[in-house]
Design a protein around this ligand. Sequence first.
Ligand code: C2O
Length: 535
Amino acid sequence: AALKTYDFNIQVNNVSRLCHAKPIVTVNGMFPGPTVYAREGDQLLINVTNHAQYNISIHWHGLKQFRNGWADGPAYITQCPVQTGKSYVYNITVTGQRGTLWWHAHILWLRATVYGAIVIMPEEGTPFPFPQPYMETNIILGEWWNQDVETIVNEANKLGLPPLPSDAHTINGKPGPLFPCSEKYTFAMEVEYGKTYLLRIINAALNDELFFAIAGHSMTVVEIDAVYVKPFTTQAILIAPGQTTNVLIKADRPPNRYFMAARAFEDAPITVDNKTATAILQYRGIPNTVLPTLPLLPAPNDTKFALSYNSKLKSLNTPQFPANVPLQIDRHLFYTIGLGVNKCPTCQNGTQVVASLNNITFVMPKVGLLQAHYFNSSGVFRTDFPEKPPTPFNYTGAPLTANLGTTTGTRLTKLAFNSTVEVVLQDTNLLFVESHPFHLHGFNFFVVGSGIGNFDPQKDPAKFNLVDPPERNTVGVPTGGWIAFRFRADNPGVWFMHCHLELHTMWGLKTAFVVEDGKSAEESVLPPPKDLPPC
Ligand code: C2O
């Protein structure tokens, strides 16, 4: 194990895309930001210094941060943000994880431009459980707005309405040549005939689940969210914001130029698709003048593809990489996901769209929840989050206008150390049904089941996969359906859980778990670092 240090300078740089130049927040002037490389077991010291006008914090999405929520990063959950002119060192030990993860700003909508890859190599001498690739490339999918994102969001919030959608999707920060002024903002990857390549695909988009495909080439999925899966071959992948997917591709097609493309999976509501990002896979020796061909992507509303793709994801589950699915469950939690409308005295028309879990719209605290928990300060949060919704109803049936209003509060769920937890997330039809990629900080979980319609507590658990379910940190709750996941609460601290659509997070689709300390010091939250930012 090695000690690796990184300097992350948060700064403002002018960047131009789609014929529009604007100042954006970056790390070290890079967009996307620098890749963090580590080997399993390494310790990372990442010194974040804030030279921008915004307060900021960085989240290391998918790193478990055992006992060390201080380095997790979500603003006001595990730390107060790093203020302008200040710095904070994220002290991270990478244990028991290898693969692709990513980092992003975790305050406001700053992750629109502040994001990058985390590549964790297996321990020295431990090969991948799949053919060794000749080379590898990061493919980070994102979104670009022509105007300043924070301004758009502030304006929309004043009206109580959703902000304008982005103007383009991007691949490694570039929209590709289908957009105006974008010829030189096109990511290209050169391949050698006959070789195998590993693509580390990350969805850093704010609000869109994406399909991704490469013309002429199939992909073999080998890992998701830094966990190996049983390899399978597919023409396209589905990837939700927050998720990562490693695929192998073989350059064995007629040498040419091929497009790769990312387009939104728009289950509901359907909007016009004019945001498809493209990049180029180019065989060595082929001139740049050859026109590439476009891949076939699933239709924007191809829910069937989405369901069938997700059902192919299975943990590798070998003696070396076992799937330790909890079989006995101590806590059963059932959370409904709703979009509703609340009164908003400061909004232009008196109401605003809100989102809720069990009809509770989460209110962000003014101080970090982890500090409040560690120092036992009262009055910051409550631990009475309901284990089920206030009233059971036909969740995906007709809109229940009576349930549109939500209550507000900073309400959390307390979990005993090492207890086993099952969470069922149920989409509802309060306003309309929509897919929600849910992310849990501090843990991986096993996705043991999912379905369309209402979860049936009598019949559905019998169909759970308790042998080799996919293990991940972010999962899409299907439109008008449910998913069930299980995890062991063996990481003490305060851990955020939220929809990874930034719009829904902002609207309150979030909560947190307080995992209590165990009996011994080794099972307790570490003391806070000296440089932890004050509020
Ligand atoms: Cu990738 Cu709480 O986020």
